[in-house]
Design a protein around this ligand. Sequence first.
Ligand code: FES
Length: 145
Amino acid sequence: MRGEGGRGKGEGDRSGGSGCAGGAPAWIDVCASGDLVEGGDGVRFEWGAPGEGGRPVPAFVVRFDGRPRAYLNRCAHVAMELDWLPGRFFDDAGLYLVCATHGAMYEPDSGQCVAGPCRGAALAALRCEESGGRVRVAAEPPSGR
Ligand code: FES
């Protein structure tokens, strides 16, 4: 069943700030650093921020080139979730994020679509950081959409 399951779901900790423009963003604690393997399964979570109507939306984080990368789980072609099984975002080689619906391929570091029906478009990128063995994502509007 798509859209359910996966590690990290519902683990959000939205304490630590307002997320309002001009202030420090709130951060969502997503997972332990060790949960993310280079080019491996991602961690799904629910993301929400001011400007999104307060409604949590599906998002995910993966590790690529040694760093966590977070995006809304929303294809740039049609607003469908990307993963073909919960947390499965990468192709077999672990080089591109792939949409399960029509096969769009995205660069994991930039979110740019490099092949498929939405070539030239991009995933909505979320600011994330890794510290103290945890990966967290800013509850502020994404870029790249
Ligand atoms: S919905 Fe992702 S490629 Fe069409």
